[in-house]
Design a protein around this ligand. Structure first.
Ligand code: HXC
Length: 257
């Protein structure tokens, strides 16, 4: 497949998706949404891929949805032909996705990062939901995922004022997993992705699903889900191998079975 708005590469067991619309600070238009979702699904279907890294450029992860593409839309266009409808499929990926964020992650860019499992931020990263300045509100999860990540009061201040926050504040607020020096961002993202990709794939899927349940359901339901998923890991060869390796004082060799 050849893409026009992203670069895609498989390095070992890690799938890389790099947003590549430098002329628009990686603003997300209909084409880039379709391509990101398509590439991510292809990696998700590839049993050789154990983790996905999603990144942008030094200047911008993504500066939001493409304002030039949206400007002339009407209510009915957004309602009937929502250009972001397929993001739902991005949220259904089984493979962990690591957002490696440098520069701007604003509006839809911040929302895209929040759809990932891990957010690594360069010290240059800037997060925000500036939609209110454009006369709209976040439309792909910002009003729902941001409060879950940073709490009601921080989220309300960001969404209602449209201000941007830096990497350090974002880490303090719980929006990012970790901040690293900008020059080390991709190296660190590769390290995290390779670490995950070396684990048992079905066990990683189970862990991701259980973590997702924590965001989506009640504690009672989530605990029930976790107990089932935990028990199910005992049906895998990789549980036998993992525990045998521990007892044998050697590294586990998972077969993803
Ligand atoms: C389209 C964009 C863009 C965007 C930047 N560009 N952001 N084009 N959509 N979201 C373009 C600019 O028009 C410009 O191209 C080029 O990228 C470089 O941007 P500059 O503004 O010249 O750069 P700079 O002065 O460094 O300012 C960077 C910035 C600013 C602070 C990030 O670009 C900015 O405020 N962008 C918009 C951020 C935003 O409001 N995002 C939320 C979008 S709404 P030209 O060719 O014009 O020079 C959203 C809704 C999601 O995301 C929900 C949808 C359902």
């Amino acid at each position: 497949t050849h893409y026009t708005t992203i670069l895609v590469e498989k390095r070992g067991r890690v799938g890389w998706i790099t947003l590549n619309r430098p002329e628009a600070l990686n603003a997300l238009n209909a084409a880039s949404v379709a391509e990101i979702v398509d590439a991510a699904k292809a990696f998700d279907d590839d049993a050789e891929v154990g983790a996905i890294v999603l990144t942008g450029s030094d200047r911008a992860f993504a500066a939001g949805a493409d304002i030039k593409e949206m400007a002339d839309k009407q209510y009915v266009d957004m309602f009937l032909n929502d250009p972001f409808a397929s993001w739902g499929d991005f949220g259904k990926l089984r493979t962990p996705v690591i957002a490696a964020v440098a520069g701007y992650a604003l509006g839809g860019g911040c929302e895209l990062a929040m759809m990932c499992d891990i957010i690594l931020a360069a010290d240059t990263a800037k997060f925000g939901q500036p939609e209110i300045n454009l006369g709209v509100i976040p439309g792909i999860g910002g009003t729902q995922r941001l409060p879950r990540a940073v709490g009601k009061y921080k989220a309300a201040e960001l969404v209602l004022t449209g201000r941007t926050m830096g990497a350090e504040e974002a880490e303090r607020a719980g929006l990012v997993s970790r901040v690293v020096p900008a020059g080390e961002l991709l190296e660190e993202a590769a390290r995290v992705a390779e670490t995950i990709a070396a684990k048992s794939l079905p066990v990683v899927y189970a862990a991701k699903h259980a973590l997702q349940a924590a965001q989506e359901t009640t504690l009672e339901e989530g605990l029930r889900f976790e107990k089932q998923a935990f028990a199910a890991t005992f049906a895998l060869d990789d549980q036998t191998e993992g525990m045998a390796a521990f007892r044998g004082k050697r590294a586990a060799e998972f077969t993803h079975r």
